[in-house]
Design a binder for this molecule. Structure first.
Ligand code: PRX
Length: 638
């Protein structure tokens, strides 16, 4: 007998237009689409052609009649000890006020607005305000430093940047304004205006003519009425930068209508989130999870969403409190929660009694995404919470889950180590990495690919670079036009997938996706670095950490301890200053040369294997065995 989910899945891949036409009814349209899918120019997909809608209307305005006085956004900061809830009506007013400020600064439909903000309500207001007036937002993670920010400003060419005086982490204030000023200085593109929120955390020097304080501007527009601009479904809603094989980040570009429909459908079929309930995602608006499941997804579904700034181990009184998240689940009757395995591993160090202290009976499921979920972590949290723990596999590129369990449709048993089965709309395959042949037998390892047409919500292209989109994602498997996830995987006899790590140079630190090439570029800028290789190494808490191997240009760094310590410190600071603390390598080790093939290609995988005490595998192409020996010695030296 066909299960409800099997039937849903089959229709989604066999009759995608009929399937998605039905899903499109979950959102409001100003004008209904005339064509569900235009796939005439593969691999590009244009969903809901002719339709007109607006993400902000669907996330906010649409709910005013029925739930205007219900909570929409609950902003909690255990860094500043603040907690504030906005109803849909209040959110509507705040978003319009922000939209009015952007309009006054000259932002128009299609202009980019770069948002570099901590996890405060105003960041969500800014995103929704952009959506409202048809501006394209580019949110940059607040943990990134000036170099990362500069390359994004240069690529996005924003008319306006929205930022704040500072973020805060573990009680430590991180001033944003100096990082932003430096980034604008480094970038060839200069934004016309900067809109700044002053949280009173750090002093700001304002640049006359360019910098505007949101507090003063906002007062002028307190009663602003800014209607939603009806946008074509295929217009661009936002870009979000992500790392890949090269050092240059890619602007993942998403549409308006497809994204709205995809999120609405996922809230129902995957997350089982219902209007009037509360959703709590612990991610950050700087990542795709924050876009889809802090801001847009829950609000489109008519749910209240919690925005949380702070560590999972600190209370509102700013004292240590490993139970803060559970306290919030109880207080706001959270029904759906979304986090990352690393966060759970941090909590695992706390007293398990903290989990039993609160009434968690509202919670139906905890979704974990972004990195592999290890069995001990899954088991610990599942026993502690007594609700299903749902592993969730997807990417910045997809915008919503590719592989998971569709708890909103039916209950399938979870299998430890597997995020689950292919989601509706995704034709997932495992192929041989060099022949491209599909591997249909169970448990054969290959590359996880997706056959087009890709579903609504999936990236449209790389911002301003269609060729890069095609070449990077769709041409890596020989002989066929399929989207590569750049993940290794297997599928078992029941259709459950297992994800076995990246095929490229992307590493995953505490659920954050980083490119080793970007880190290498930051390091090679140091005057005393001749060559560098950065690899990801398994870490019990963070999943992976970056490890750098450096060939120094001069001096005795390879042998002299004092020199080595000094250079290691300088290199780490350089990465933190350029990219942000999260990219800082756990260690920098010095070697006289790097292991390479005879044609000069770096053997990163061999270096990584040595770091993880694994067999480095086939070394027939290794040019000079002494180099690998030196890596071994450097690792052994600690
Ligand atoms: O390698 C996979 C890993 O994270 C990558 C995508 O990261 P990002 O673009 O930041 O998007 C995260 C959205 C949740 C993937 O290519 N990854 C993500 N989820 C999982 C995972 N690896 C194993 N299990 C997962 N559940």
């Amino acid at each position: 007998m066909t299960s409800p989910y099997d039937a849903l899945y089959r229709q989604s891949v066999e009759q995608p237009e009929a399937f998605w036409a039905e899903q499109a009814r979950l959102i409001d349209w100003h004008q209904a689409p005339t064509q569900i899918l235009d796939a005439s120019r593969p691999p590009f997909c244009r969903w809901f052609v002719g339709g007109q809608t607006n993400l902000c209307h669907n996330a906010v305005d649409r709910h005013l009649a029925e739930r205007g006085e219900q909570p929409a956004l609950i902003a909690i900061s255990t860094e500043t000890g603040s907690e504030r809830s906005y109803t849909f009506r209040e959110l509507h007013a705040e978003v319009q006020r922000t939209a009015a400020m952007l309009l006054e600064l000259g932002v128009r439909r299609g202009d980019r607005v770069l948002i570099y903000m901590p996890m405060i309500a105003e960041a969500a207001f800014a995103m929704l305000a952009c959506a409202r007036i048809g501006a394209i937002h580019c949110v940059v993670f607040g943990g990134f430093a000036s170099g990362s920010l500069a390359s994004r400003i240069e690529d996005a060419e924003p008319k306006v940047v929205v930022s704040a005086d500072a973020g805060s982490r573990g009680g430590k204030v991180v001033p944003y304004k100096p990082l932003l000023d430096e980034a604008i200085r480094l970038s060839a593109h200069k934004p016309a205006a900067v809109l700044l929120y002053d949280r009173g955390l750090a002093a700001m020097e304002l640049m006359a003519g360019r910098d505007h304080l949101a507090g003063a501007e906002g007062q002028k527009h307190a009663q602003a009425r800014v209607p939603c601009t009806w946008l074509d479904a295929t217009d661009i809603s936002y870009t979000i930068y992500t790392s890949g094989t090269t050092g240059r980040p890619k602007g993942v570009q998403r549409d308006v209508g497809g994204y709205a429909v995809a999120l609405a459908a996922s809230m129902q079929h995957i997350f089982d989130g219902r209007a009037g309930e509360t959703y709590f995602s612990t991610s950050d608006i700087g990542w795709v999870v924050g876009h889809s499941y802090i801001v847009y997804g829950p609000l489109i579904a008519g749910m209240a969403t919690i925005m949380y700034e702070g560590l999972p181990t600190q209370g509102l009184d700013r004292q240590p409190d490993g139970g803060i998240w559970w306290r919030l689940v109880e207080k706001y009757k959270v029904t759906v929660m979304f986090s990352a395995p690393t966060a759970v591993r941090v909590l695992k160090k706390q007293d398990p009694a903290l989990l039993r202290k609160y009434d968690l009976s509202s919670l139906r499921a905890l979704f974990l995404a972004g990195e592999p979920l290890d069995e001990p972590t899954a088991r610990w949290i599942s026993e502690g919470l007594g609700v299903p723990i749902i592993d969730n596999y997807w990417q910045t590129e997809s915008g919503w889950p590719i592989i998971t369990l569709p708890v909103g449709v039916e209950r399938r048993p979870a299998k430890f180590g597997s995020p689950g089965i292919a989601m509706y709309g995704y034709k997932v395959k495992i192929v041989h990495e060099s022949t491209g042949e599909e591997l249909t037998a169970p448990n054969e390892k290959g590359v996880v690919v997706i056959e087009g047409p890709t579903p609504p919500g999936f990236m449209q292209t790389v911002w301003r670079d269609d060729q890069r989109f095609v070449d990077t994602y769709w041409k890596s498997i020989p002989g066929q036009l399929v989207y590569s996830t750049f993940d290794w995987g297997i599928r078992d006899e029941d259709g459950y997938y297992y994800i076995l790590g990246r095929t490229d140079d992307v590493i995953n630190v505490a659920g954050h996706r980083l490119g080793t090439r970007e880190i290498e570029e930051a390091i090679s800028g140091h005057a005393n670095v001749a060559e560098v290789a950065v690899v990801g190494v398994a870490d019990a808490l963070k999943g992976q950490v970056a490890m750098a191997f450096v060939v120094p240009r001069t001096g005795n760094a390879a042998t002299d301890n004092a020199d080595a310590m000094k250079l290691e410190g300088e290199i780490m600071k350089r990465v933190a200053d350029d990219l942000g603390a999260l990219a800082r390598p756990a260690r920098v080790r010095f070697v006289p040369g790097l292991p390479k093939t005879r044609s000069g290609k770096l053997l990163r995988r061999a270096i990584q294997a040595v770091c993880e005490q694994r067999d480095p595998g086939d070394l027939t192409t290794l040019d000079d065995p002494a180099t690998l020996q030196a890596v071994r010695a450097a690792v052994a030296a600690g």
